[in-house]
Design a protein around this ligand. Structure first.
Ligand code: PLP
Length: 401
């Protein structure tokens, strides 16, 4: 795939191994490429296009906003920031929001909050606990927090101050911090996305919450991929009854307009003072409008319940079909964030599925990842399985461990 991109785009840096497709337009959960071929979109730009493509309520609102003002500056009040922040606060039960432009930026802000707390406490080497197989982004700090040696490679030395522990292992976490007096935060994904769709156990989240309370640490959750309704609740941690102190959001928050947000509760909301953090583009009127409209449409159209219902149906269809194939290992995830683990590396499936008119991704080498838009219907789910099943069957027949 990378040879392809080298030939097709000689002036673009070679950072992606691309699938040999260029998408030109979309409608709902369908997209069309520059050759006019149609695809069922089960990836939504990696959990970004929450409302699918060309949504009839979103697009007119964005058109109107572009005609008014796209960008002003954080020199001035941006009314959309307070409007979107108050919605996120109401939905999360937290108190204050900082807006930025991407997932890594939201995570970077979270990491800075934890550092700031450590500095305020007079710690010489404040530490943040992070998890193996985590993915938090590609900046120096967020790649250092990421638990994947492939993402570290070439960028050593890592930013210091992270303690890496196994995911979903509370005893392991406790052991790792036994002789660490300067911990300020624990930071992890509620469902590891890039790591292969691994949900945190409810009990683990509750135990970490209790430990953070007992030790006065920040509990910081990366909900960049699993948040914004994907699991059937606004935020994935809301299945557990706990509340974090800090939550990072991005991907699905504004249906494709770049955005990030770090949402904080009382323990973290006042750590940043004027001059401590900022961004030029973050929180601009267009992104705020896209976020406000996305939340409104999710609510008006009952898309949380839809994600839960269609997700359950999709899980059941997958188990009844792909789940019966030799080579199937496990189906994981919740709502419309699903991973189908196979017993062998299956990156080739991305192109093969595309050739069969279906957009998916493969992560952690062996996991087919499905992240359809929250408007996905049961009929779309049935079609997804109809298209995916023969592709996976043929792949398993023709490849070997
Ligand atoms: C995608 C992702 C990020 C990084 O987001 P960018 O917008 O690509 O910087 C961080 N954390 C998680 C869990 C993600 O899925």
């Amino acid at each position: 795939m990378s040879e392809n991109s080298r030939l097709a785009e000689p002036h673009v840096m070679h950072t992606y191994g691309r699938v040999n497709i260029a998408l030109e337009r979309g409608q709902g959960v369908r997209v069309w490429d520059t050759q006019g071929r149609e695809y069922l979109d089960a990836l939504s730009g990696i959990a970004v296009n929450t409302l699918g493509h060309n949504h009839p309520k979103l697009v007119p609102a964005l058109r109107e906003q572009i005609g008014k003002i796209i960008h002003s500056s954080n020199y001035y009040f941006v009314p959309g920031q307070e409007a979107l922040a108050s919605r996120l606060v109401a939905l999360s039960g937290l108190t204050n929001v900082f807006f930025c432009n991407s997932g890594l930026e939201a995570n970077e802000a979270a990491l800075k909050l934890a550092r700031k707390l450590g500095n305020e406490r007079g710690y010489k080497h404040p530490k943040i606990v992070v998890c193996e197989h985590a993915f938090h982004g590609r900046s120096l700090a967020t790649l250092s927090a990421t638990g994947n040696p492939k993402i570290h490679a070439g960028f050593l030395p890592l930013v210091e101050g992270f303690i890496r522990v196994p995911f979903n292992d509370f005893e392991g976490l406790k052991r790792a911090v036994e002789n660490e007096p300067e911990v300020t935060a624990v930071f992890f994904e509620v469902i590891q996305g890039e790591g292969g769709i691994h949900p945190a156990r409810i009990e683990y989240l509750q135990q970490v919450r209790a430990l953070c309370d007992a030790r006065d640490w920040l509990m910081m959750l990366d909900e960049v991929q699993c948040g914004m309704g994907r699991t059937g609740k606004w935020f994935a941690h809301q299945w557990t009854g706990i509340k974090p102190d800090v939550m990072a959001l991005a991907k699905g928050l504004a249906s494709g307009i770049p955005i990030g947000a770090v949402v904080a509760g009382p323990k973290a909301a006042n750590l940043f003072q004027p001059g401590n953090h900022g961004t030029t583009f973050g929180g601009n009127p267009l992104a705020m409008r896209a976020g406000i409209e996305t939340l409104r449409i999710i609510e008006e159209d009952g898309l949380l319940a839809n994600a839960e219902r269609v997700g359950a149906h999709l899980q059941q269809r997958i188990l009844a079909t792909i789940g019966k194939l030799p080579g199937f290992v496990q189906l994981r995830g919740q709502g419309l964030m699903l991973g189908i683990e196979l017993d062998r590396p299956c990156g080739a499936l991305i192109q093969q599925a595309a050739d069969a008119g279906l957009l998916i991704s493969v992560t952690a080498d062996r996991v087919i990842r499905l992240l359809p838009a929250l408007i996905f219907t049961q009929a779309d789910a049935d079609e997804l399985v109809e298209r995916l099943l023969p592709v996976v069957r043929e792949f398993l027949e023709q490849s070997h461990d």
